[in-house]
Structures are given as structure tokens and as C-alpha cells.
Design a protein around this ligand. Structure first.
Ligand code: PEP
Ligand code: MN
Length: 358
């Protein structure tokens, strides 16, 4: 074969490459269109029966030199890539995604603009135990000029024999505290049927880690006009976390704060493993404010401060931590809550690291 002939064959291969390129991209566009058409019908995009038919049709026509198995493999890859493209489209279209809305979502809570640049702090006991217990913490929060308080009235405990919270009585205590100290209340609701009732008592509905995929609860929280603080599930991927937020937003409630609270790993030095890079990832992927709960992620008092500094340094919009007047006798999470003196020290140190405007 002469040099000229070889060159011609190479040119032909180059041409075919470009034709293939054009064809697979054209195919992808059509598949995308099909995906968009199927979206409103909620039809599953992956259709194995249809794929089998397509492969059979192709193989029937295969005269080689490629083996049927090779052809099947090549086409299977093309099918897969198109399907992934549809999924990408879907993700891009998420209501929580930054692609959908480039500007940061800012949520006003008790005069504080969450997600507007200044860090928000949410302190308070793990659980509401008594009026006096919450009031002591509320006073300390108020003294610092802060605007929010947390405290669980419904506690989703791992063991059914552990303190389950005061329930409605706890909400009433929180409401009284909110009124007396002009603080906004962040509290967990665990039952979809309680969402409406909670509106009279709470300023921010918290959805806890154990309920991140309680879809009925997410839908109920999405149907009201109250900010929602959604915690990441114990072993939820960030994608699952974002879809959980999407459940809320797709029902019409756009006021959502995402809260990284540590995930379960093999590491035992901390209660959970704080996934610190979740913060910038969630900030990039979504337009929602992102908080870090340093208490449940570390489970260690000595790590609250460095974890909080890290959270703010990496771009978190807020920090949550638990404070109890007497942690030793707390009915839940006694090992990890700060007492009031530790709380003062913690907050002073945080202010040094991140100057907060008065
Ligand atoms: C809480 O914040 O009270 C709590 C129970 O946290 P998590 O749902 O993250 O475990
Ligand atoms: Mn707790």
C-alpha cells in the first residue's frame, strides 16, 4: 500500500469519526427530547424492554466484522450515556439548584437575614425539659444579641426507652420563651400531621436527620409558609439531601436551610464524621443557605470551636450548637452540650475568628 493510499484511508477514518460524532450527538438530542416529554408523565426514563428491542434490531443487522457482543457493548454505552444526559438535565432543572436560580436564597427570621453574608447562630438545648431550663439558655442567647433559639419538643431517639421530649407542652414552653425573649424558635417536627399545629408555636420547622427521607413529612413542610431547617440524613449522599430539599420546594415552600450534621462512617473518635466539604458543594450546587451543626457532627465539646471555625471558614451561613444550663443532668445528649460558661467562651472565640457586625 502506497503512502498516498494510506493517507486516503486515514482521511476516511477521520471522516467516519466525525459522522459518528454527529450521529451520536443527534441521537442524544432526540433522547433528551423524549426525556422531557416523559417528565410530566412521571414515566421511568430507563426502559429495559425498549433497550432490549433496540439491541435485538441492531444485532439482527450486524454482518461483522464486529462480534455481536462487541456491538452490544458499544451500543449499550451509547444508551447509558444518553440516559445520564437525561439525569443531568433533571438535576439541572431542580428547583433547589443554582442553575435554576443563580442568586443566593436569603431567609428572614426574626429580623435576621439568613444567607446574606453574616453568619447566623442557632443555640439552645438538645431537648426542652422545663421552662426554667430553656429560659436560662434564652437569657444567655439574648445577652449576646442573637435572634434564634433551638430546642427539641419531639425527640426522635434511637431507643424507644429514652426521653422522647415533652411534645406539645414543650412547644408551649418554646412559644412562651420566644415571646418573652423575642427569640425565633427552631424546633423539630417529626409527624406530618403536626406541621399545621406547629405553625402557631414555631418560627423554623426543623426536619431531623432521621427524617430526611420521610417524604410525607417533607411534603407537609413544603405545603406551609414557614422556614424549614433540613438536616442531612445519617448516611445520606449530598444528592439525596438535595432531593429531600427538592421535595419541600416542589410543594411551594422556598424557605429552606440545609444543615450538615455529620454522617455515619467507620470512625469512632467522633459521634459522626463532619463532612466539611459538603458546605461548599451544597453552596455551589444549590442556592440555599447552609448551616453546620457542630454538636451532633462531633459529639465532643472540645471539638465544637474548631469545627465551628472550620464551618465558617469554608463558607457556612450558620452554625448550630447545643447549650444546656447543666449538661450533666440533661435528659439527652448530656456529653456534648455546652454549659453557659463554655457557651460564653465559645461565642467569644467565634467572634474573634469571624467578626460579626453588631
Ligand atoms: C437535633 O438537632 O435535635 C437532632 C436530633 O439532630 P439530628 O437530627 O441531626 O440528629
Ligand atoms: Mn441533641
Amino acid at each position: 500500500m502506497g503512502n498516498q493510499e494510506l493517507e486516503q484511508l486515514r482521511q476516511r477514518v477521520d471522516e467516519i469519526n466525525l459522522q459518528l460524532l454527529e450521529l451520536i450527538n443527534e441521537r442524544a438530542k432526540i433522547v433528551q427530547e423524549i426525556g422531557r416529554a416523559k417528565l410530566p408523565q412521571g414515566v421511568n426514563k430507563y426502559d429495559p424492554v425498549r433497550e432490549r428491542k433496540m439491541l435485538n434490531t441492531i444485532i439482527e443487522r450486524n454482518d461483522g466484522p464486529f462480534e455481536n457482543s462487541t456491538i452490544e457493548h458499544i451500543f449499550k454505552e451509547i444508551f447509558k450515556a444518553s440516559l445520564e444526559l437525561q439525569e443531568d438535565d433533571h438535576r439541572k432543572a431542580l428547583l433547589v439548584s443554582r442553575k435554576k436560580k443563580p442568586e443566593d436564597t436569603v431567609i428572614e427570621i426574626n429580623g435576621e437575614l439568613v444567607g446574606a453574608g453574616q453568619p447566623t447562630f442557632v443555640f439552645g438545648p438538645c431537648a426542652v425539659e422545663s421552662y426554667e431550663q430553656v429560659a436560662e439558655v434564652a437569657q444567655s442567647i439574648k445577652n449576646k444579641g442573637l435572634k434564634l433559639i433551638r430546642g427539641g419538643a419531639f425527640k426522635p431517639r434511637t431507643s424507644p426507652y429514652d426521653f422522647q421530649g415533652l411534645g406539645l407542652d414543650g412547644l408551649k414552653i418554646l412559644k412562651q420563651i420566644a415571646d418573652e425573649f423575642q427569640l425565633a424558635v427552631v424546633t423539630e417536627i417529626v409527624n406530618p400531621a403536626h406541621i399545621e399545629m406547629a405553625l402557631d408555636y414555631v418560627d423554623v420547622i426543623q426536619i431531623g436527620a432521621r427524617n430526611m427521607q420521610n417524604f410525607e413529612l417533607l411534603k407537609a413542610a413544603g405545603s406551609v409558609k414557614k422556614p424549614v431547617l433540613l438536616k442531612r440524613g445519617l448516611s445520606a449522599t449530598l444528592q439525596e439531601f438535595m432531593y429531600a430539599a427538592e421535595y419541600i420546594m416542589s410543594r411551594g415552600n422556598e424557605q429552606i436551610i440545609l444543615c450538615e450534621r455529620g454522617i455515619r462512617t467507620y470512625e469512632r473518635a467522633t459521634r459522626n464524621t463532619l463532612d466539611i466539604t459538603a458546605v461548599p458543594i451544597l453552596k455551589q450546587e444549590t442556592h440555599l443557605p447552609v448551616f453546620v451543626d457542630v454538636t451532633h457532627s462531633t459529639g465532643r465539646r472540645d471539638l465544637l470551636l474548631p469545627a465551628a471555625k472550620a464551618a465558617l471558614a469554608i463558607g457556612a451561613d450558620g452554625v448550630m450548637a447545643e447549650v444546656h444550663p447543666d449538661p450533666a443532668v440533661a435528659l439527652s445528649d448530656s456529653a456534648q452540650q455546652m454549659d453557659l460558661k463554655q457557651f460564653d467562651e465559645f461565642y467569644n472565640e467565634i467572634l474573634k475568628a469571624v467578626p460579626v457586625k453588631a
